[in-house]
Design a protein around this ligand. Structure first.
Ligand SMILES: [Zn+2]
Length: 104
């Protein structure tokens, strides 16, 4: 890990690791890789106390401000992806519609 120091709190992406060489990976569709590792599904994470993550996906990591409680931080990654999709729609990077479903 080069972007973070020990003790930094980060949000870890769902896609944890891929082969990097299959057709899906080469086309930028790593989530379809047959050898993909998913955080909280095929690899401990999500609600685990500790996990590991591949530095290759460090661009997807989100640094968490110290004032954000751990209980709140679990929503950081899903909300950031929603925010990114809305931003991409606004800027024309993607076209279509986004459905946001709040929960209580
Ligand atoms: Zn692959």
């Amino acid at each position: 890990m080069t972007r973070f120091k020990i003790g930094d709190r980060v949000g870890v992406p769902w896609l944890g690791q891929t082969c990097g060489t299959c057709e899906s990976c080469m086309m930028g569709h790593e989530n379809l890789c047959a050898d993909a590792v998913f955080t909280g599904y095929t690899h401990p994470g999500g609600f685990a106390q500790f996990t590991t993550a591949d530095e290759q996906y460090s661009d997807e990591f989100l640094r968490l401000a110290p004032q954000i409680p751990v209980q709140t931080s679990v929503t950081t990654y899903p909300l950031s992806k929603t925010n990114q999709a809305l931003s991409d729609l606004r800027t024309g990077k993607i076209h279509g519609s986004v459905v946001v479903m709040p929960w209580q």
